[in-house]
Write a protein that binds this ligand. Sequence first.
Ligand SMILES: [Zn+2]
Length: 148
Amino acid sequence: MSPRRRISADVQRLVRRRASQLCEYCHTSERWQYVRFTIDHVIPFTRGGTDDLDNLALACFHCNRRKANRLTAVDPDTGEETTLFNPRRDAWNEHFVWSADGLGVIGLTPCGRATVMMLALNRERIMDIRAADQMIGRHPPVGDQVQD
Ligand SMILES: [Zn+2]
């Protein structure tokens, strides 16, 4: 059994609503998924992060697993270590944009690029899901920027 405390159903509901049911990293919608997304500790529990709402984010299973207990990653363009995207502090549209075909996430900043790489935001399976969702008008999410 995990020693981690369970996050109450009420708090989980608030996290989902605040995220508009999107994974706050890869922006996949939970609405059309077979399994529910996870509640991510932005500052990992193992690094002193709390169960407070301002430390929680909605994350799909894959993003949560890849993020693990990391806070930083390497920007592939510069080789420098930088902080991972923090959905409580950072605005998604300032760090990411959809590629012109709407299928790939492009990092706009060191933090964005490092997060795309570390969390594998353009993994093959997710690209397939985006393409299928796009054909029926479910992707990209409303409010996201797409490259010209
Ligand atoms: Zn995700």
